[in-house]
Design a protein around this ligand. Structure first.
Ligand code: R5P
Length: 313
């Protein structure tokens, strides 16, 4: 498995744009696969070319509609296994259900682990994903798994902007480690917001650690879901004297009224990746591509080269 021509890359229905960009970067055509539904709603997969002995990559973000996208990917893996692929890698730019990674209350599931087990049981040999909600999810995989970070792509945008007096802000204590990494790349100080969630999908800023007055604040988060976290954080920062607020986030989930909330907020600009197909109906939202990152990672996996340099480690 050492010539790029023996890579086969197939796209599920979730993010064909990103898959096409990755295929272009790899200088291969996207693999032929029929993805349809029977009249009763069941998913049907049929590969249009031989997979026998090939290094197969199946690209699917398990974003909304999560269950359909997940099931489609699992069925694609099953079909690839039965078609005698030599190695099957699930390339999952956005790993859905990742927030359900522990039991926060009694009688709850750990769905992030369940998904990892399903992928493995379906017959995948490896997983390639990016910016998991929490790094500990890595331990849910018992097959080979590689983890990418969008930090290089997102910070590049701000390095080019050459903003002065910047302060990276972690929007909750859980994202401090991630934000510290961004602060190091951008050469800035770090502020931390103490966020509480009184109930699901509702967030409140309780406290701010750090002096942001006169600063250009860059909030770093793994995903923007309802938008509550970043919008509340931005308001709190402006109240504390921040000059401007920007946001960097790996995954643009944008559920419900998120975009409307962002439009009305004091956030100046939001930079997200295309791990989920862009819904950039707002002029405040800029999308940067992670296609090169994934193409490089696939090249490394295919040729058994180290990913460390790629990951800046
Ligand atoms: C929370 O732990 C995550 O890192 C994000 O801050 C959260 O998922 C964002 O959700 P929302 O946009 O709904 O506040």
């Amino acid at each position: 498995m050492n010539s790029e021509s023996s890579i086969l890359l197939f796209s599920g229905k979730s993010n064909p744009g990103l898959a096409s960009e990755v295929a272009k970067d790899l200088k291969i055509p996207l693999g032929k696969v029929e993805l349809t539904k029977f009249a009763d709603g069941e998913t049907y997969v049929n590969y249009g070319e031989t997979l026998r002995g090939r290094d197969v990559y199946i690209m699917q973000s398990t974003c909304n509609p999560q269950n359909d996208n997940l099931m489609e990917m699992l069925i694609m893996v099953d079909a690839a296994k039965r078609a005698a692929a030599q190695r099957i890698t699930c390339v999952i730019p956005y790993y859905g259900y990742a927030k359900q990674d522990r039991k926060a209350h009694d009688r709850e599931p750990i769905t992030a682990k369940l998904i990892a087990k399903l992928i493995q049981s379906a017959g995948a040999d490896a997983v390639l994903t990016m910016d998991l909600h929490a790094d500990q999810i890595q331990g849910f995989f018992d097959i080979r798994a590689d983890f990418l970070y969008a930090s290089g792509v997102l910070t590049k945008y701000f390095l080019q902007k050459d903003l002065k007096d910047i302060m990276v802000v972690a929007p909750d204590v859980g994202s401090t480690k991630r934000a510290r990494k961004y602060a190091k790349i951008l050469g800035s100080d770090l502020a931390i917001i103490d966020k509480r969630r009184p109930k699901p999908n509702v967030s409140e800023v309780v406290n701010l650690i750090g002096d942001v007055s006169g600063k250009v604040c860059l909030i770093v988060d793994d995903e923007i879901n309802t938008g509550g976290t970043i919008v509340n954080a931005a308001e709190a920062l402006i109240k504390k004297g921040a000059k401007e607020v920007y946001v960097m986030a790996s995954h643009a989930v944008f559920a419900g009224e998120a975009i409307g909330k962002i439009e009305k907020s004091s956030i100046k600009e939001i930079i997200v990746t295309n791990s989920i197909p862009a819904r950039s109906e707002s002029r405040k939202i800029k999308v940067v591509s992670v296609a090169r990152l994934f193409a490089d990672a696939i090249r490394c996996m295919h040729t058994n080269k180290s990913l460390s340099e790629l990951l800046g480690r």
